[in-house]
Design a protein around this ligand. Sequence first.
Ligand SMILES: Nc1ncnc2c1ncn2[C@@H]1O[C@H](COP(=O)(O)OP(=O)(O)O)[C@@H](O)[C@H]1O
Ligand SMILES: [Mg+2]
Length: 522
Amino acid sequence: MSRPHALLELNGVTKRFGDLTANDSVSVSVAAGEVVALLGENGAGKSTLMKILYGLVRPDAGGISMNGQPLHIGSPRDAMSAGIGMVTQEFSLVETMTVTENVALSAVGLGIVDTRAARQRVTAAMERIGVDIEPDRLVSTLSLGERQRVEIVKALFHDCRVLILDEPTAVLTPQDVRALFATIDRLRQTGLGVLFVSHKLREVAEISDRVVVLRRGQLVGERVTSEVGVGELAALMMGVKAAAPVGDTAAAVGLPTEASPDAPAAPDRGESTTAQTPALVLTELTLERHGRSIVDAVTLTVQRGEVVGIAGITGNGQTELMELLCGTEQTTSGRMEVDGVDVTRSDVAGRLAAGLGRLTEDRRGSVVPQLSVEENLVLEDLPTYVRRGLVDRTAIRAHAERLIARFDIVATPAAAVSTLSGGNMQKVLLARALARRPRLLVAAQPTRGLDIGAYQFVHSQLKELRDSGAGLLLISEDLDEMRALCDRIAVLFRGRIVGTLTVEEATSERLGVMMTGEAVPA
Ligand SMILES: Nc1ncnc2c1ncn2[C@@H]1O[C@H](COP(=O)(O)OP(=O)(O)O)[C@@H](O)[C@H]1O
Ligand SMILES: [Mg+2]
């Protein structure tokens, strides 16, 4: 493979955490003016490798060199003085200070700052990379995307030659992603080397010049971006043959192709309801706290066999709406019907009995960690496993074995649920919810943090549930996921639904505009 002369090189870097090898003799390089994507599923070892480069983690073996000269990096300070900057997902800006003050603070430490000179330097730095943020604005008034660009400016202040961006798009709206990519492009043109960490194929394909794929700590492939399809990248990332299941580009990006195991049993429709009864009807559902409407008169219907999404930037009432739906928070006013039954004043158990299923955002909070997988699987139905005053352990075990097989859960029935990986824990929760044959499933961030295999599995199960005639209300920050699953997408802004689009209408641009509350399409 022809490639530009390396600026920065990692050579045979190995890092072990106990028995786990997070990085197994990995070598990666980046040249000046090159954007190298580090692609891999969750847990592949991307962040560890980048933290080693930035002096946050010590490697067990291997070395780092800049322009062929070995570097010793023992701390972020060492990394910065060597010309390496990093923007992590957790921002470190002081909210009550201005943009200039934040950048200057990091540049000179807590000493006295010549504000005017600093302001000029910050403005110049921003202009160079096409960032247009008023330097006197307080950080507290900036959007997440703007904050991230300030972090980039901060990193560049230390004569940065290689910039590491670890999953930079995870928290951004589509517009912010566009602006970030424009900034990355400018950085490339100014001769910076950029290491762009992501598990999102489409982004990697768009922004990088070269892709390095990590799987389970090992470098499993390296490609020139323009010479590779996303299908091949997905296959590398997941460790499957490139041909059949994910060979197709669109399918690989959209992700919903894998054949699913057993379909969940069709919901057992009671005689009381008819095909016309919607799965969910919300009428002016409102939650007030301290005189403020956190959820503000939400009116929404989910038909059977329909998937409705709630999009929005975090903190616009999604969490509270979910609590109202599940009955863990009391409705201030308004009404909620599940499958024709008024559950507005029902507790969680009442709602579950009415046909509600739930998959909440807080997975660890949805299980009892000390209990086993099989016990967690029957947590919501324990009374049905009690025979003559005794818990029927045999029936619980049989139920668990069926679900473990059907949902492809990597665990034994007796294993403590706390020992499960995120993907397997989510499968346990999904199995628990679907085994009850809900008429309405409300799901929040159902695939957050899952690897592609688990992501596809969860999606296939949700689609089967929909096809079997249940309604789905999906709350997610992942717009690709929304578009893959939803028939309609409602946008929540400051607790209110500011508009609802069909999936065809719901382009990133339109959703993004609505998500920032700037405009409501007619
Ligand atoms: N400080 C740590 N202690 C123990 N294990 C860790 C630590 N940091 C990361 N790991 C493990 O190393 C593996 C790679 O993690 P990470 O580098 O964060 O992956 P990625 O960024 O690709 O998602 C994971 O299995 C993770 O659990
Ligand atoms: Mg990571």
